[in-house]
Design a protein around this ligand. Structure first.
Ligand code: UDP
Length: 234
C-alpha cells in the first residue's frame, strides 16, 4: 500500500493517508523531545528501533487477546495501521516509582509497588498533559464509561503480559504510557507505540536505564540503549 498525503505530524511520528480511507501508515522519526517539548534532540536510529519493537509487541499482544491498530510491519520505519480516532488520554501504569510519580509524591525512585498504579493524563500539549481522573474524563466527554472500563481492563492486562515478556529478556518494566483509539466501527484498540520512548526499562541485574530517561537526564549511550532493547527482543 502506498503513502499518500501527510495526515498528521507529531513529535516522533508522521501519519500518512493511503488509498484506503480506513488504513494509514505510521512513520517513526529519530526526533526526540522531553519535558513537554522543551528539550529537543535526535537519537540516530530511534525510529527504526521503536517501529520494530512496537510491531513486535503489538503482534504479541494480539495473540494474547488485546486488539491493536497494527495491520502489519511495512519496513524499518513504517507500519500499516487501522485509522483510528485517538482517545485524548495518556494511560500510565507503574510497577516501580520513577519520574513524575517520585517527584509528585516524594517517593524514592526504585520503590517497588505491591500492586500497579493506574492514572490518566488529558492528552493536550498546550496544557502540558495534566493528570485527570475518570470523573474528569467523563465530564469532559473524552470517553464513555464503557470505553474507560475497557481501557482500564486492557491496560492492566497489557501490564501483566509485558512484565512477564520483558523479565524473560532480563528487563524490568518500571512504567509505561499507552494510548487507545476508536476504529471506524467504534471498537477500542491499543494504538500509538510501545517503545523505549514510552516505557521505562531497567536491566534486571545492573538496573541500568535502557530507555528515554538516558536522553531526558543526559546519561549518554542513548543510541546504544535503544539498540540493546531491540537486541533483547529479537
Ligand atoms: N510517558 C510518555 N509520554 C508522556 C509522558 C510519559 O510516553 O508524554 C511515559 C514515560 O516514558 C514513562 C511513563 O510514561 O515510561 C511515566 O512517565 P512519568 O509520568 O513519570 O513522566 P515523566 O517523568 O516522563 O515526565
Amino acid at each position: 500500500m502506498e503513502k499518500r498525503e501527510l495526515l498528521y505530524e507529531g513529535k516522533a511520528k508522521r501519519v500518512f493517508l493511503t488509498d484506503d480511507p480506513n488504513i494509514v501508515i505510521q512513520e517513526f522519526k529519530d526526533d526526540a523531545t522531553a519535558f513537554n517539548g522543551e528539550k529537543k534532540g535526535t537519537i540516530i536510529g530511534k525510529g527504526v528501533v521503536n517501529n520494530k519493537i512496537s510491531c513486535k509487541l503489538f503482534e504479541m499482544l494480539e495473540t494474547k487477546g488485546i486488539p491493536t491498530h497494527l495491520i502489519k510491519f511495512i519496513d524499518d520505519r513504517n507500519m500499516l495501521i487501522k485509522k483510528v480516532e485517538i482517545v485524548k488520554l495518556e494511560v500510565i501504569i507503574r510497577n516501580i516509582a520513577a519520574g513524575s510519580f517520585s517527584k509528585r509524591y516524594g517517593v524514592e525512585e526504585g520503590t517497588v509497588f505491591d500492586s500497579p498504579t493506574f492514572e490518566f493524563s488529558y492528552k493536550e500539549d498546550a496544557l502540558g498533559d495534566p493528570l485527570i481522573n475518570k470523573y474528569h474524563a467523563l465530564a469532559m466527554k473524552i470517553a464513555t464509561k464503557e470505553e474507560l472500563k475497557t481501557i482500564k481492563k486492557y491496560a492492566f492486562k497489557i501490564n501483566e503480559i509485558l512484565k512477564d515478556y520483558f523479565i524473560e529478556r532480563n528487563v524490568i518494566l518500571v512504567d509505561f504510557k499507552l494510548e487507545f483509539g476508536r476504529t471506524n466501527t467504534g471498537e477500542i484498540v491499543l494504538a500509538d507505540e510501545i517503545s523505549p520512548d514510552t516505557c521505562r526499562f531497567w536491566d534486571k541485574d545492573t538496573k541500568e536505564k535502557l530507555d528515554k530517561d538516558r536522553f531526558r537526564k543526559n546519561l549518554g549511550n542513548i543510541e546504544e540503549a535503544y539498540t540493546e532493547m531491540l537486541k533483547r527482543l529479537s
